[in-house]
Design a protein around this ligand. Structure first.
Ligand code: ADP
Length: 309
């Protein structure tokens, strides 16, 4: 842990001030110092903004509760965007339970310091950063309070050499706690959230809270994904609806947000996750991968947002 805190806080090179100075966007919030803002806070805000300016779209993947497949969706969204020819970053801020390294077969990878900041782990055109890379032992428990977690998320955004990206996908921990709030405050503007749920009523009720959270913090809901919607028989491919299905779609309609699609329970998805293989890449021809690509498709057409905030 000390490694992370010291390494990221002291070791990371600051992005060149010129990258912010040269932009010339006078409407950008980083163009001027706020009243009551210390010089250090202003410089940090500029450093953060100069990183974020180089990222076209920022999308947070959220869920109301754990175990609904949020990380699976985040990994496959990121990989799906990469397979569509985009430069993508995947930031796993599930500080207490980072599963992205396992799902991408990157366990044991470590972070190096580069000339312009911490170097994310690269997998093709996908750049990955996770708390999991910073734990000395995968069994280590992270016991941090909210403000510390907010500081770490800021470092993940500001001190990592993301470079030029088309998309940054952020895998947030379940619920509407400190981490999603920090992300919304730090990334301004953020394109919005993809909210993952399962079909049963209780999970769908839980995810309503995520949608209400988005409304309260002024973040757009880009869409709801209903995961584990029906079971795909590995022998015949027939889909059986074990859990009451359609909850995600009903809830999305009810709350006036887009519905991105229903991904079935497919044993190959779980197996791929355990083997560290991104499903859309390794099982590209399967019907479930086709569904995942259809969830990705609307995200390829997001409008460009200005940086001024
Ligand atoms: P969360 O991030 O919401 O906690 P995960 O993405 O870690 O959930 O998924 C929990 C477990 O469910 C993992 O073992 C994952 O492989 C499995 N899983 C997720 N989605 C599916 C699916 N559509 N079909 C089969 N298994 C799935």
């Amino acid at each position: 842990m000390e490694n992370m805190e010291n390494g990221a806080a002291h070791g990371a090179a600051r992005p060149k001030a010129s990258s912010c100075d040269s932009c010339g966007d006078s409407s950008c919030s980083a163009a001027r110092r706020d009243l009551n803002e210390s010089d250090q806070d202003f410089q940090e805000r500029r450093a953060l903004q100069s990183r974020l300016c180089r990222i076209g779209h920022k999308i947070m993947v959220m869920s109301g509760k754990g175990g609904v497949g949020k990380s699976t969706v985040a990994v496959n969204l990121a990989m799906g965007l990469m397979l569509a020819g985009k430069k993508v970053g995947l930031l796993d801020v599930d500080i207490h339970g980072p599963s992205v390294p396992t799902m991408l077969g990157l366990e044991g990878a470590s972070i190096e310091q580069g000339p312009d900041g911490l170097l994310p782990v690269e997998l093709g055109h996908l750049k990955v950063m996770s708390m999991g890379f910073l734990l000395r032992n995968p069994d280590d428990a992270v016991i941090w309070r909210g403000p510390v977690k907010g500081g770490v998320i800021k470092q993940f955004l500001k001190d990592v050499a993301w470079g030029d990206l088309d998309y940054l996908i952020i895998d947030a921990p379940p619920g509407t706690g400190d981490e999603p709030l920090s992300i919304c405050q730090l990334i301004n503007p953020i394109d919005g959230a993809v909210v993952v749920t399962t079909p049963q009523r209780v999970a769908a009720m839980d995810v309503r809270k995520s949608i209400t959270f988005c409304a309260q913090v002024g973040m757009e809901v880009l869409g709801v994904v209903e995961n584990m919607s029906g079971f795909v028989c590995p022998k015949c491919g027939e889909v059986t609806h074990i859990l009451r299905s359609g909850g995600g779609k009903r809830m999305a309609d009810d709350m006036g947000v887009p519905f991105l699609g229903s991904i079935p329970i497919d044993p190959t998805v779980a197996e791929a996750g355990d083997l560290g293989q991104a499903f859309v890449l390794h099982h590209a021809s399967s019907p479930t991968a086709e569904i995942m690509r259809s969830v990705v498709a609307p995200l390829l057409n997001l409008p460009t947002r200005g940086q001024g905030a």
